[in-house]
Design a protein around this ligand. Structure first.
Ligand code: GLV
Ligand code: MN
Ligand code: MN
Length: 400
């Protein structure tokens, strides 16, 4: 599976993945998913929001056990964030069939669309729409950096944008969703465990800061005459680092757009996106309020206007305790693994669905912790341990 998947959407120079929603690379990944489903004789379907499903058994029977993740990537992402969960899902099914397991419940494998939000700015669009946590109107207004709206992008990829919307009947048929994911930190590396179980996802969000000044000549405009939005932006980046450090949180300006973006022009606009996350809501609120207050003071000092817009927000997720305990029980009994339970600052479709259906996550050790980078990695032995753990979990949940 990896051999077929690895070249798809990989940039030749950066060696990172650029698998953005509804692009050619995304279509290639979707074709791969469909081929994997069909090669196993699974019933394949695409839901109204473009998420792909593969079924052993009839989902209409209800109480289905579903596993999977996503295949899209951040700009220059790694090979594992998302695909490890999908590859492991198919591999776990193969393992269970090899064991001669007999399923008492339908077993589904899913690829959720646009998890990273790299193109339209909002993460987990496929699962949010399905769970009714993103309205159709909001989704229709999503626009990429080239001004293409989500409906037009879906249409260009051959999907019907008029069909998008909540899908309660589909979710009502799912009794449990388990997402396996490469760890995006070093907790398992430090504890010396190949596999862990998720406890919670930190609350997190994205805020857009628009600093508007005045375009002018870089050579002839006296420093005192400038209204340069780059200056308050730069000070705001430092404020974000300071506020996050004080609160024990994280804050990142990882994306910036500059107009007119000329070497010899004072910019008219600097637009920066803040991503911030914290263990609890109060800390996150403190960080974002602190960054915004500082940004307003810096902007005023430079004669620059500032607009701050919250583009997305996901509250804290506590994974279902019953399912989590079931996972640790299964893994403790059926395998030799000790299974640490850990929280994460990364967002996931499992988090979006967790308010709606019982969800759980398995993490596979990442020896460097690096993620959202071409350097993201996982050892083959650990990936196999992840597959076997997932197979044990699915067997425990679906074959009981
Ligand atoms: C998704 O990977 C996120 O946490 O941004
Ligand atoms: Mn990611
Ligand atoms: Mn992911």
């Amino acid at each position: 599976m990896w051999r077929d998947l690895l070249p798809l959407g990989r940039h030749s120079a950066s060696r990172g993945y650029r698998r953005y929603a509804w692009t050619g690379a995304d279509a290639d990944c979707r074709a791969w998913f469909r081929a994997q489903a069909e090669a196993r004789g699974l019933a394949y379907e695409v839901d109204r929001n473009g998420n792909q499903w593969a079924w052993a058994g009839d989902p209409a029977d209800g109480d289905a056990v579903v596993t999977g993740s996503h295949l899209d990537s951040v700009p220059d992402g790694g090979a594992f964030d998302g695909p490890l969960g999908v590859v492991s899902a198919f591999a776990a099914l193969d393992e269970l069939r090899g064991r001669g397991a007999r399923f008492g419940k339908p077993l589904g494998i899913v690829n959720f669309g646009d998890e990273e939000g790299a193109r339209f700015g909002l993460a987990c669009v496929g699962s949010r729409l399905t769970a009714g946590r993103l309205t159709v109107d909001q989704a229709r207004r999503l626009t990429d950096g080239d001004g293409i709206t989500l409906p037009r992008a879906m249409e260009a990829a051959g999907y019907d944008p008029d069909a998008i919307g909540p899908d309660p009947e589909r979710l009502d048929r799912v009794g449990a969703f388990v997402e396996l994911h490469v760890e995006q930190g070093r907790a398992l590396d430090l504890s010396g465990d190949p596999v862990g179980v998720a406890s919670a996802i930190w609350p997190h969000g994205r805020w857009r800061f628009d600093f508007r000044g005045e375009a002018n000549h870089a050579g002839t405009t006296r420093l005192t005459d400038r209204r340069d939005p780059m200056l308050p932006y730069a000070e705001t980046v430092l404020a974000a680092r300071r506020e996050a450090g004080l609160a024990g949180a994280v804050a990142t300006f990882g994306k910036i757009a500059v107009e007119p973006n000329g070497v010899n022009a004072v910019p008219s606009l600097v637009r920066g996106w803040l991503d911030s996350r914290a263990a609890d809501q109060a800390r996150l609120d403190t960080v974002v309020a602190g960054v915004e207050k500082a940004a307003r003071e810096y902007a005023a000092a430079h004669g620059v206007d500032l607009d701050v817009v919250r583009e997305s927000f996901t509250p804290v997720v506590e994974f279902d305790h019953v399912l989590r305990d079931e996972l640790t029980r299964i893994l403790g009994t059926d395998s030799d693994l000790t299974v640490p339970v850990l929280g994460t600052g990364a967002g996931h479709d499992a988090g979006i669905l967790s308010g709606r259906i019982p969800t759980a996550m398995l993490f596979v050790r990442n020896p460097t912790g690096v993620s959202h980078s071409p350097a993201e990695s996982a050892d083959e032995d650990d990936c196999v341990a992840g597959v076997l753990a997932l197979a044990d979990v699915l067997e425990g949940l679906a074959c009981a």
